[in-house]
Design a protein around this ligand. Structure first.
Ligand code: IPE
Ligand code: IPE
Ligand code: MG
Length: 247
């Protein structure tokens, strides 16, 4: 039985999140510079998005650039932004063809003007697509996202629009970048690193974590299927006992 056939379509995660890591090491292993690794990581994004959409996953959120990544060498940052621009333009047709809607989370206005503009245009151009939403996390920081919600709510309280006592999880979530989306049930991180690196701190509160040593440019459909099969074999207890879960 193929890996794909082993997936139980009735038990798919609605939302998958991926920390795409290991591009630099992949390039280094080949005696190339880090940017070569990023360029070769694009195919893995395409394959993951197509595979998720085909299976019926509703949201895929990929960590493409963290706020901390601004501290990388200027040459690498510039190359990443250029690659992002090129990729958005080149992939627009594929997105529409696959009926995938583009989304973005993070401090989009901190991106170079051209990148932000193109991103917004691509988001608008695919807004009608229904099969899946692909969110790019760009200039994203989980802590900043949460802090920002605190500021928005504090301002509302100050203005008398909201009572502090009425703030609950639902009110809070409405101000997150992911408002209206289910929380990811599955988080994948490639390259053997076992940390969150400031990704979706609120939204991953109850996610299943899947780590693989595969470096991002080598990640493909089959690797994605493996992660989903692994997820489907987990027992998600949400604080209860195993016995309580028996229907
Ligand atoms: C992930 O690969 C891509 C980005 C963070 C933009 P890295 O560039 O972090 O690759 P490694 O971890 O150095 O191998
Ligand atoms: C996390 O990867 C950010 C992205 C994948 C975009 P990093 O490679 O930047 O994270 P650290 O430095 O290993 O924590
Ligand atoms: Mg890394």
């Amino acid at each position: 039985m193929s890996l794909k056939q082993q997936i139980d379509l009735a038990k798919l995660p609605k939302h998958v999140a991926i920390i795409m890591d290991g591009n630099g090491r992949w390039a280094k292993q080949r005696g190339k510079n880090r940017v070569f690794g990023h360029t070769n990581g694009v195919k893995a994004v395409r394959e993951s998005a197509e595979a998720c959409a085909e299976l019926g996953v509703e949201y895929l959120t990929v960590y493409a650039f963290s706020t901390e990544n601004w501290n990388r060498p200027q040459l690498e940052v510039t190359a990443l932004m250029t690659l992002l621009m090129k990729t958005i333009t080149a992939e627009l047709k594929t997105l529409t063809k696959n009926d995938i809607r583009l989304g973005a989370i993070g401090d989009i206005d901190s991106l170079p003007k051209g990148v932000a503009k193109q991103l917004k245009e691509a988001i608008a151009a695919t807004a009608h697509c229904k099969r899946m939403q692909l969110n790019l996390a760009l200039s994203y920081s989980g802590k900043s996202e949460i802090l920002n919600v605190a500021k928005i709510l504090a301002t509302k309280v100050q203005a008398g629009e909201l009572k502090a006592g009425d703030i609950n999880e639902e009110v809070f979530e409405r101000q997150l970048f992911t408002a209206g989306m289910p929380d990811p049930e599955l988080l994948i991180r490639t390259s053997g690193e076992h940390r969150l690196s400031n990704f979706l701190l609120w939204q991953l509160a109850y996610a299943e974590f899947y780590f693989t040593d595969v470096l991002w440019p080598d990640f493909d459909r089959e690797e994605l299927y493996k992660a989903i099969i692994d997820y489907q074999n987990r027992e998600r207890r949400f604080g209860k006992t195993s016995e309580q879960l028996v229907p």
